[in-house]
Design a binder for this molecule. Structure first.
Ligand SMILES: [Zn+2]
Length: 283
């Protein structure tokens, strides 16, 4: 994600979870604070933690695990063959802001992401690291596809790791609510035009996610990875417009994929309704 509005909304959602009456879980992590900045570097990532920010003592192994999880879930690599990317840069915002984003360079997270319980941190890291996987292979300007991949790949990783709460949060809570009038507009008979042109950031998550679930249902769980790999093979990292990418998407699915989705959606809306919250636990 690259626009501040969207990023802000994501982080707000994380805060909401903490403040919505869920009994505060015992923090699974031990925290320390350093009086001077701390730089961690390894073959996968480099990060400098600002001074006076509490962070988990095992932060390096935690983040290495997050990196592995998103790679395993997608089958993609942070270091694609034939490319020459440096290790991932993890930037920390220490100005009280609460936003996160990811690109080919790496990710930006707020220092608040250390202060949350494990589920909140995983939410931010898995999502943003998935953006890194995509942008290191294909440089597309299609937010609904990019956000859907981040959401669904995070959910796959959560499921594979037994993170039941995070999986529920992603699949059955965070993107569950959509205003009915908005829904009517976005899942309309001309959904393709909407998908190609919408500029309202939060909607990109809502309909991108729904369309993404449809793609995985009809074309298989690996469809996002397949499209990304095929796009990389065809165009490399050349920047493509949103329309150019959607044209490619049609070649990978079906020329009527948007019409078919709109029909499917109204028969499968209950898939997206908010589900009861599972118990929170830490494996
Ligand atoms: Zn995003």
């Amino acid at each position: 994600m690259r626009r501040a509005k969207k990023l802000f909304l994501i982080s707000l959602t994380v805060l909401f979870v903490l403040q919505s009456g869920i009994s505060a879980p015992a923090l699974a992590l031990d925290y320390i604070t350093s009086a001077a900045p701390v730089t961690i570097t390894n073959d996968v990532f480099t990060m400098t933690i600002p001074a006076d920010v509490p962070y988990p003592t095992n932060i390096e192994s935690l983040i290495l695990a997050y990196c592995n999880w998103v790679q395993e879930a997608s089958g993609l690599s942070f270091f694609p063959p034939g490319t020459a990317y440096e290790n991932i840069i993890m930037r920390i915002t220490n100005d009280g802001g609460a936003y996160a984003y990811g690109g080919a360079f790496g990710i930006n997270v707020a220092n608040m992401d250390y202060l949350l319980d494990a589920a909140g941190a995983e939410f931010a890291y898995l999502h943003e690291l998935t953006h890194v996987l995509q942008f290191r292979l294909i440089n597309i300007d299609c937010p609904p596809f990019t956000e859907a991949f981040a959401i669904l790949n995070s959910a796959k990783a959560a499921k594979a790791q037994g993170l039941v709460y995070l999986y529920w949060h992603l699949m059955s809570f965070n993107y569950a609510y959509v205003d009915p009038s908005t829904e009517e507009a976005i899942i309309s008979s001309d959904f393709e035009t909407f998908y190609r042109t919408n500029e309202d950031g939060w909607d990109d998550y809502l309909y991108g996610f729904r369309f993404g679930v449809y793609l995985e249902t009809v074309y298989g769980a690996d469809i996002f990875t397949t499209i990304i790999q095929n796009h990389a093979a065809a165009f490399g990292t050349r920047a493509l417009t949103r329309n150019e990418f959607v044209d490619f998407l049609l070649t990978q699915t079906n020329v009527d994929v948007f019409i078919n989705f709109a029909e499917w959606y109204w028969q499968n809306k209950d898939l997206f309704e908010m589900k009861p919250e599972p118990p929170r636990f830490y494996p």
